[in-house]
Design a binder for this molecule. Structure first.
Ligand code: ZN
Length: 72
């Protein structure tokens, strides 16, 4: 499924492809390249925190590991 996310920084709509309607992880705006940690529940944005590049990469790594682990 695709979930629509409105960038809190520039207001542009982006989308994220997701296996589940709940998600907690990194998000990068395609337009302004702002980095966020987002929390989605039932396809609704519950929280959104700005991240530094370093934090974003760390989170992305953790998320990739989790996703990999789930698949196996
Ligand atoms: Zn943006």
């Amino acid at each position: 499924m695709m979930i629509k996310i409105t960038c809190p920084s520039c207001g542009v709509d982006g989308s994220l492809s997701m296996l589940e309607p709940s998600y907690q992880g990194p998000y990068k705006c395609w337009k302004c390249r702002a980095l966020f940690k987002i929390h989605l529940e039932n396809s609704e944005l519950k929280s959104c925190e700005p991240l530094s590049q370093e934090e974003f990469e760390k989170l992305q790594e953790i998320h990739a590991l989790k996703t990999k682990f789930k698949k196996e």
